[in-house]
Write a protein that binds this ligand. Structure first.
Ligand code: SF4
Length: 301
């Protein structure tokens, strides 16, 4: 059990040794955002990778950097360009945030991402994870990063829990920090991330191939189920994200009334159409137009 380990304990050292040996042979070393230290490119990848699979992000990332290779280029784009380029990636608000961030970096930070984590986190769309990821992956700062993949590995290996939701966030970040090596923290973070993505997956962990299986607390205690198993996540079609995405897609084509938009949604979403429209308007992704119609905001058409 590694629950109380620190970076100096033999258990933590063994964990890291096994992890890094596995990573050398199995890590995703060729991902394009790992071959650069450009903070802009790393940031674009991190925003795109929020809740989107690597394989889906790859073509969008390449096209985005070709079209807008820098904060300067992106800040000069229009919101309409940005939202169109994002089509198909989902969570459209990320695109607008990235654009707003570029404008802020140019207008308030002289074209450079701010150095301090606190200043980074004040930028649109940047939460604690993204700020830490940019610091670690672009600037090689020795700080812990805990995306969903890393958090899941830590929750299972250190706390014997099946998902990160069973473990307080503070405890997970303490564990991530306690496990940091004294050198090459960037690759340590990437290795944990890859282990979570490739082996310790959410639904079907491949413990037989796992380099830290022998010290994994969840495996050692016989895989007890957690809260998530008792309350499974709803199907995607039942989520607000699905309905919001459908509404924005419809309005990309043409303005429509609330009734018309409700009619293209399943009944359980149609009855919440007002709620969805208000939320999308608040996010500046849609706007009321003349004659009871809704449309994309003028700058997004
Ligand atoms: S042994 Fe299984 S559950 Fe534990 S960290 Fe490895 S893959 Fe994940």
């Amino acid at each position: 059990m590694l629950a109380s380990s620190t970076s100096a304990t033999p258990e933590a050292a063994r964990f890291r040794r096994r992890l890094m040996a596995w990573y050398r042979d199995n890590g995703r070393h060729g991902l394009p955002w790992r071959l650069t230290r450009d903070p802009y490119a790393v940031l674009v990848s991190e925003i795109m990778l929020q809740q989107t699979q690597v394989e889906r992000v790859l073509p969008y990332y390449a096209a985005w950097l070709e079209r807008w290779p820098s904060f300067t280029a992106l800040a000069a784009a229009t919101p309409a360009d940005v939202i169109r380029e994002w089509r198909g990636l989902g969570y459209n608000r990320r695109a607008l945030n990235l654009h707003r961030l570029a404008v802020t970096v140019i207008s308030e930070h002289g074209g450079e991402l701010p150095a301090s984590p606190a200043a980074l986190r004040k930028l649109p769309g940047i939460g604690p994870y993204t700020a830490a990821a940019v610091q670690s992956f672009a600037r090689e700062r020795p700080i812990a990063v805990a995306d969903t993949n890393i958090a899941r590995v830590l929750a299972r290996a250190f706390f014997g829990a099946p998902t990160r939701r069973e473990v307080p966030a503070r405890a997970l970040s303490n564990a991530a920090e306690a496990l940091l090596p004294s050198r090459d923290v960037r690759h340590h973070n990437l290795a944990l991330m890859d282990l979570g993505a490739l082996v310790c997956s959410s639904r079907a962990p491949r413990c037989g191939e796992c380099p830290v299986a022998r010290v994994c607390a969840w495996r050692g205690s016989g895989y007890p189920p957690g809260e998530a198993a008792r309350n499974p996540a709803p199907r995607f079609e039942h989520t607000a994200r699905f309905a919001r995405g459908r509404i924005v897609d419809a309005l990309r084509a043409a303005p429509a009334t609330a009734a018309e938009l409700a009619a293209m949604l399943p009944a359980h979403h149609a009855e919440r159409i007002r709620h969805y429209l208000e939320a999308l308007e608040k996010d500046a992704l849609i706007a009321p137009a003349a004659d009871g119609l809704w449309s994309l905001p003028p700058g997004l058409r």
